[in-house]
Design a protein around this ligand. Sequence first.
Ligand code: PLP
Length: 252
Amino acid sequence: MSEVDQAKMDITHNIGVIQERIRQACLKSNRRANEVRLLLATKTVDVPRIEQALGLMDKPLMGENRVQELEQKGPDLKQPLPEIHFIGHLQSNKIKHVLRWVDCIQSVDRLSLAKKLQKRLEFENKHIDVLVQVNTSYEDSKFGVKPDQAVALVKKISTFARIHIKGLMTIGLFSDDKDKVRACFKRLVAIQQDINSLQIPGVVMDELSMGMSGDLEIAIEEGATIIRVGTAVFGERQYPDSYYWNESDNND
Ligand SMILES: *Cc1c(COP(=O)(O)O)cnc(C)c1O
């Protein structure tokens, strides 16, 4: 078998394994498997491999971390485009470019960004779905609003008519200590419940985007509706994730 065929088989096999992991985690927590959507985290993955994976999904959904990478791949993706979410740190000077491609920005984490987003949406006469990213692990290396400031941020963003808040996103702690990982996801659920109890006009809290290759079972048990999976589908990446998550941001 050629290397290309081998890689294709791997992706097909890997997606099957993920679907089974989702099924098992749902069984364990009395949830239906169709309550959990798989988002392919496609950073560093080339378009042919992305297309192969998307082709295996009922409702194709991919997420990119960098606007530049999205702009490179976007024109090569098959039409009609899959649903695309932005899951990386968004610099405000890239808003215009990201809006061209995405259906949802999962990484809104500060008021300054939301303000500029609203302005641009007014200019384009558009609306956008967003998730608010929360830093549930309290690590300096990760983006996201601090848990104790999340409710206030959601309230403020809710006043921007063109930004539709659909839920919350987080990256759990990277740790072998499952209880500590689980605590991050529980923190996100607690914030979701706080926000729900306030019944803020225009705010929907249906989506919880949490769980990745290593911790998706825990996330599903805690209520994830979107899991974001890269490595377990496409294999190890060449770049360290710090390349995506530690990017310095001098733009606001
Ligand atoms: C890369 C990435 C993922 C997927 O991580 P894996 O461990 O490769 O599954 C999920 N979410 C975000 C925000 C990412 O950057």
